[in-house]
Write a protein that binds this ligand. Sequence first.
Ligand code: ATP
Ligand code: ZN
Length: 304
Amino acid sequence: MDDSYEYKPFYDGLVEHGLIVPTSVLGTFGRGAVFEQVVLRFNDLVNRLAADDGAEVYFFPPVIDRKIMEKVHYLETFPHLCGSVHSFYGDNKEAHNLAECANEGGQWGDMLKQTQVVLSPAACYPVYPTLAGTVPAEGRLVTVLNWVFRHEPSEEPTRLQSFRMREFIRVGTPEQVVPWRDMWLQRGLDLLHSLKLPASSDVASDPFFGRGGKMRALSQKDQKLKFEVLVPVISEVDHTAVCSFNYHQDHFASAFGIYTQDGEIAHTACMGFGMERIAMALFKTHGFDIKQWPETVRELLCLN
Ligand code: ATP
Ligand code: ZN
């Protein structure tokens, strides 16, 4: 096997070229100016590609109402990935004990209580509650670029705990939503091919928790609810998913009361680019020095 795909030399190369800055926690590295430029220019390219789609554009903070997580039963399926925000609610004496505990390196988390917010696990989550009610006959299309959190610390540079997703969210009838998802799958592939990335698509499943999770994943694959576009980044064999295309059926719409004009529960789909993974796929394929990237790629990303 070709060991030029091992993650450690790739990670070290990103660091040596000032593209990322190591931190003390796995999956939380800092981004250098050039890395960030590539992320933002790719986002601009997506804007140009989808300019005529007429998506509504929103920006949400990286925290969401924890009720959203509860309503979509996130803890049933992904308890191992969740990030919950806790804070201090005590009096002076308890504050003193808290600080002392922290100073001594103790378990000060035990002295905090849950707040109303959790870290958003997907960029589309804050969108669904805002769609409650009856959508217009043509449905709705929303796009967001948000930071998300997933508790999956890993040495692989492509598996982060905190990263950005550029997502499009479509709501309407199944006849509107499914062809839209399939259109984006082809469009996503074409986009990555235009950037000279060796991208391919495949049916996929989410990393559901536990024994029941295996069944869920099989059924998700069986029904072709999730597709991914993959690029070899840290393995020649297990390619990295750089974007996903999900058909949720009525899962989110029934949780938040989203209806079509004929009074039926709406269906939703979302597609999302993992922005840091897109940048890393570009650096892996075209090299650490953006000046050496193919001219057409530099042009598309306005890097000249
Ligand atoms: P849903 O909305 O149904 O929960 P989603 O499409 O929003 O799913 P995923 O499919 O899990 O969420 O992730 C979207 C994209 O985010 C992936 O294709 C991938 O590029 C990127 N991604 C996922 N996990 C990580 C991670 N740990 N580190 C970096 N990028 C990630
Ligand atoms: Zn999504």
